[in-house]
Design a protein around this ligand. Structure first.
Ligand code: KG4
Ligand code: ZN
Length: 336
């Protein structure tokens, strides 16, 4: 009988150091060290992030192995996020994974971070059936992907400037909220009404643009606070509800167009912004109206995590897709 396929996966593309152990595609552990120190800078500082990965990676990997009850010797392969992401951050995970593969003499599997977000849908039930559409929305990415199989994916549209999470974070900064502002806007918006409207960007195809919204919001706040210096504090909940509604509307309108154009009715959300309560609610409502089957992974598999990297790596393992020690990270792109 063959041994169970046991994979150690590492994710270090941005500011989270994460390690997971999967056996036969089942998650045994998924451990993440968040880097809280970026809050004080109002965003991720690449240099600080890579140093923190260097500090965190061994403890996180040891914790993942311990929680899974798996010894290093039992590993069949080691996987890592090769890109896209911050170069200094990616280098830590890549070099670490290479060292593990060399010392244990096991295969090395490189994973594309965006494909991993999509394949997070295969960690738990219910799983989408092929082909499905996946809207991946996070601090670094906003894209609609047509997923034909675990290896064939096509980006149908993506942001031409800011990512959806970045739009939340930048709007929050203008409102004087902390970083990351997405969850704070989500919370404030629950007590507010979206009574301020902002012009929508007209973008070709199934692409997105959020920089116009940010500028419109900035000018609107400037104008209003010139007339009333307490405008923001008096209207914070409504401002949050308004900017959130504008972002969610653009995301869902474009997703609806993608589903109608492709005729695909299996539709999924992924990425950190899919934690947003209004996005989830309106996604489900839209899905019901349009006759979609909708999928949203558990929150721990929506934000950056190594379990999704392990899932993507498991499919590659089954296809025999390994890489050599010469492999180098890349900062952009959906495919290597
Ligand atoms: O996937 P993720 O953890 O990391 C990246 O790959 O970027 O996403 C983080 C982003 C941040 O921009 C954060 O503000 C946003 O997701 N976010 C939210 C919510 N929770 C996280 N945005 C809106 N509403 C939320 N509840
Ligand atoms: Zn991500």
């Amino acid at each position: 009988m063959r041994e169970k396929v046991t994979i150690l996966a590492i994710e270090s593309s941005c500011d989270d150091t994460s390690a997971a152990v999967l056996q036969e595609g089942r998650v045994l552990s998924n451990c993440t060290a968040n880097q809280e120190m970026h809050r004080q800078y109002g965003g991720v500082v690449p240099e600080v992030a890579s140093r923190a990965h260097q500090v965190n990676i061994i403890p996180v990997v040891e914790q993942a192995l311990r929680q899974a009850g798996v010894s290093k010797e039992a590993l069949s392969a080691v996987a890592f996020t090769r890109g896209p992401g911050l170069m200094g951050s990616l280098l830590v995970g890549t070099s670490f994974a290479k060292a593990v593969a060399l010392s244990l003499e096991i295969p090395l599997i490189e994973v594309n971070h965006m494909q991993a977000h999509v394949l997070a849908h295969f960690i738990e039930e219910p799983k989408p059936t092929f082909p499905f559409l996946c809207l991946t929305v996070s601090g670094g990415h906003t894209q609609i992907v047509e997923v034909r199989s675990t290896s064939e994916m096509e980006v149908l549209g993506q942001t031409l400037d800011d990512a959806a999470g970045e739009a939340f974070d930048k709007a929050g900064k203008l409102l004087g909220l902390g970083y990351p502002a997405g969850p704070l806007i989500d919370r404030w918006a629950q007590q507010g009404r979206p009574r301020f409207a902002f012009p929508e960007a007209h973008v070709p195809g199934l692409n997105f643009s959020f920089s116009g919204l940010k500028t419109a919001f900035l000018y609107f706040l400037r104008e209003q606070t010139a007339a009333d210096p307490h405008f923001i504090e008096k209207n914070l909940a409504d401002l949050c509800a308004s900017v959130q509604s504008a972002i969610v509307s653009v995301l869902l309108k474009t997703l609806q167009r993608a589903a109608r154009q492709t005729g695909i009715s299996e539709v999924a959300l992924a990425g950190g912004v899919s934690a947003n309560a209004e996005l989830r609610r309106r996604f489900e409502e839209l899905g019901q109206r349009e006759g979609w089957n909708t999928y949203v992974p558990a929150f721990e598999y929506c934000t950056d995590n190594a379990a999704m990297v392990g899932m993507a790596a498991y499919f590659k393992y089954l296809r025999g897709e390994f890489c050599g020690q010469e492999v180098a990270p890349y900062t952009r792109g959906f495919q290597p």
